[in-house]
Design a protein around this ligand. Structure first.
Ligand code: FAD
Length: 477
């Protein structure tokens, strides 16, 4: 039986990068807010077992890669010695510092933080169970921000300690000798890169014909080349048909499923397998059947432009409310929902949500991609500025990158941007601003960019569109 009863203006379920910014803003706007989450502090998947720990480890991977690449410049560091325990502790310190800070911010705003899991017992009544027992929370309005969890694969022994998901892979309990990464999306590539840099022999298997399925091929190419060098093997158009634990090792059967008559089968052994085949929304165990909230066939909560569900007092944001499952999309939605709940006229209508793959090189894009434009049959002009023509890229010994713009040929407005190369995740911010502001190619070309920087590649891509680039010669037709 619930031990206590409390009431609030707004209950926020889940304190990830969707839930906590929404709770903070709603409190700033004068609402009495209760934030419910199982962890000790706000942070969610992103801080505890997603964006932040993975980027901390990728930073370490990048240092190792840069030290190795320095040989090309005549600088030799010798073989690195990695103290895995210290690396793990440093990553945990980064996480601890951030989530501790969020706990403090919640207290400063007088957001009531309740540890536990909540489920609906009708709209407006929530049952919360946590370390301090069960309680009832009566809420005028509720915001669902319960996020997502790793998807599983049928036929894979997920209960084996040798089979990792992104959460256990980030714990970095050791550096296994041979790792099989199942899935060539961003999580598989990022975590595979970490383990490869730390010394594991990484094999990646992806069912589709390219890494980062759905991303423009020209952006993926430089990354694919480097991944092939860093990993033991990359098997595209390949299906994992069986994975079995036997005598302390994993035996995998891979079947090449590409075009062509023959189906090539390989049996390989691994010390660990990392399953990175996507994520599923956390919508099942919320008692939504006691409300009018509708969920689509993939499990995403259905919402309108203000992120209100089909139950008038309930809103939903972040991973549980649909793609793209990214922290910054969750945050923006959370802030929109908080304002809507506070009675403001707002809507979630982004033109450009950036996506970044934090590998080396990074891949980033925003707005309309070339492949989406083609799929929609939309006429666009695509320009690509090769980093081999960028002074800054050469001084960094990284000429393999590319910056591209997708432009409306009529209005000359920038519709999308893509970048591959170190720092792409920072560069794409200019594309987001351009798309959101309705900038024309001439706006980018006429804005002075500092020299020598990689940001000049954005300006020069715009100059390419206008026909007069400085560092690339295009003969007149
Ligand atoms: P979450 O962060 O998932 O938070 C939801 C919270 O709700 C969790 O704390 C959960 O425990 C809690 N919860 C669940 N059920 C209940 C309940 N019944 N009651 C109360 N609380 C509940 N995104 C990026 O943008 N950039 C990146 O670099 C990036 N890297 C990633 C790397 C990895 C390895 C992973 C796994 C994800 C990464 N993501 C990244 C995705 C990002 O983590 C998510 O998009 C983001 O965390 C979604 O935020 P959210 O607020 O919707 O939910």
């Amino acid at each position: 039986m619930p031990s206590s009863d409390r009431a609030t203006d707004l209950a926020v379920l889940g304190a990830g990068p969707g839930g906590y910014p929404a709770a903070f803003l709603a409190a700033d706007l004068g609402l009495r807010v209760t934030l419910v989450d199982p962890e000790e502090n706000p942070g969610g998947v992103c801080l505890y077992r997603g964006c932040i720990p993975s980027k901390a480890l990728l930073h370490a991977a990048r240092l190792l890669g840069d030290a190795r690449d320095a040989a090309e410049l005549g600088i030799h560091f010798g073989e690195p010695r990695v103290d895995v325990e210290r690396l793990r502790a440093w990553k945990d310190e980064v996480v601890g510092r951030l989530v501790g800070g969020l706990g403090q911010l919640a207290r400063q705003r007088k957001v009531e933080y309740v540890r536990g899991r909540a489920r609906f017992d009708g709209p407006g009544r929530l049952l919360v169970s946590g370390p301090d027992g069960d309680s009832v929370l009566r809420a005028e309005r509720t915001l669902i921000a319960t996020g997502s969890r790793p998807a599983t694969l049928p036929g894979v022994p997920h209960d084996s300690p040798l089979v990792l998901d992104s959460t256990s892979a980030l714990e970095l309990s050791d550096v296994p000798r041979r790792v099989l990464v199942i899935g060539g999306g961003y999580i598989g590539l990022e975590l595979g890169s970490v383990y490869a840099a730390l010394g594991s022999r990484v094999t990646l298997v992806e069912l589709l014909p390219s890494l980062l399925p759905g991303v423009d091929a020209d952006l993926v190419r430089p990354l694919a080349k480097r991944v092939k060098e860093a990993f033991e093997a990359v098997h595209l158009e390949t299906r994992l048909e069986e994975l079995k634990e036997q005598n302390g090792v994993l035996r995998a059967r891979l079947v090449h499923a590409g075009s062509g008559p023959e189906r090539e089968t390989q049996e390989l052994e691994f010390d660990r397998a990392l399953v990175a085949v996507g994520r599923r929304p956390n919508s099942e165990e919320l008692g939504l059947e006691t409300t009018k909230v509708r969920v689509d066939r993939k499990g995403f909560v259905e919402v309108d432009a203000q992120r209100r569900t089909t139950e008038p007092t309930i809103w939903a944001i972040g991973d549980v409310a649909g793609e793209p499952m990214l922290a910054h999309k969750a945050t923006h939605e959370g802030r929109v929902a908080a304002e809507a709940i506070a009675g403001r006229a707002v809507a979630f209508e982004p033109r450009a949500i950036p996506a970044v793959v934090f590998t080396d090189p990074e891949v980033a894009w925003c707005g309309l991609s070339e492949s989406d434009a083609r799929a929609q049959g939309r006429a666009v002009k695509v320009v690509r500025f090769p980093w081999s023509a960028s002074g800054r890229a050469l001084t960094l010994a990284r000429p393999e990158g590319v910056t591209k713009l997708v432009i409306d040929p009529e209005s000359e407005r920038v519709l999308g941007m893509g970048v591959c190369g170190p720092g792409a995740g920072e560069l794409v911010a200019e594309g987001v601003l351009a798309v959101e502001m309705g900038a024309r190619a001439s706006d980018l070309a006429l804005s002075i960019h500092a020299h020598p920087t990689l940001s000049e590649t954005v300006m020069e891509a715009a100059e390419l569109f206008l026909g007069h680039p400085t560092h690339v010669h295009r003969p007149r037709r």
